[in-house]
Design a protein around this ligand. Structure first.
Ligand code: FE
Length: 232
């Protein structure tokens, strides 16, 4: 079996949010699809280890924020690679509370859907929650982010808790022409620093070798320091 085949399935990129009592949490998700149109029903797959899973399981409600291609890696990293147990993900996030008391995130989003859980399926590491859509709103016309765009254009990765996570360890490594232009990978989130591209959004111009990246630079996805990187 070639498990890489599973990687040819296309996905979008979303934030699933929920609430528990007066607390809110959200996480990046790609395993989302519409099940039926009448009545409007959607399904999501959420890892049981995630705090958002706990909140949905308690409150039986969730919101689905549809991200646009403008969402930067730092924003995705906040919701995708950090836990709501450690940080308040909503502190610097533009949101309001929707009809069912779940957060409606407005940053880098072209729409948001609110749903009430009508069924759920235990699938081992994950739960598939099926939700009846109780409200939906469009914010703008910007293009939705696909998982492929996130992966190929933005250089993003999946956390280990994602339904589609797989390790890219079997790919053959190309011979490097210049040793100092090696790529470095973040041990925390899998982001790859590519010296040819640099990290211009964070003041590191294209063509900067990893050695020359400033010591106070941090991973644009998860915020880990330079010391958390190893040669790819
Ligand atoms: Fe990282």
């Amino acid at each position: 079996m070639d498990k890489n085949t599973l990687h040819n399935i296309s996905y979008g990129l979303y934030i699933i949010s929920s609430n528990y009592k007066d607390k809110y949490n959200g996480q990046i998700a790609n395993a989302v699809f519409q099940v039926t149109s009448e009545p409007a029903t959607i399904a999501i797959s959420v890892n049981k280890k995630n705090l958002t899973h706990k909140y949905i399981n308690k409150s039986k409600v969730f919101s689905l924020t549809i991200l646009t291609i403008e969402a930067p890696l730092t924003f995705i990293g906040k919701f995708g690679f950090k836990s709501g147990r450690d940080i308040d993900k909503f502190k610097d996030t533009n949101y309001e509370i929707g009809k069912i008391n779940a957060p409606i995130i407005k940053d880098y989003a072209n729409g948001c859907i609110e749903a009430e859980v009508i069924n759920q399926i235990d699938v081992g590491t994950h739960t598939v929650f099926i939700g009846n859509v109780v409200d939906a709103m469009l914010f703008d016309e910007k293009e939705s982010m696909t998982y492929e765009y996130y992966h190929k254009v933005k250089g993003g990765f999946s956390p280990k808790t994602a339904p589609t996570y797989y390790k890219e360890v079997d790919k053959p490594k190309k011979e490097k022409e210049e040793k100092k232009m090696d790529k470095y990978i973040c041990d925390v989130c899998g982001y790859i620093y590519n010296p040819e591209k640099g990290d211009p959004d964070n003041g590191v111009p294209a063509g900067t070798s990893f050695d020359d990246v400033p010591d106070d630079w941090v991973c644009p996805v998860c915020g880990a320091g330079k010391g958390s990187f190893s040669k790819e």
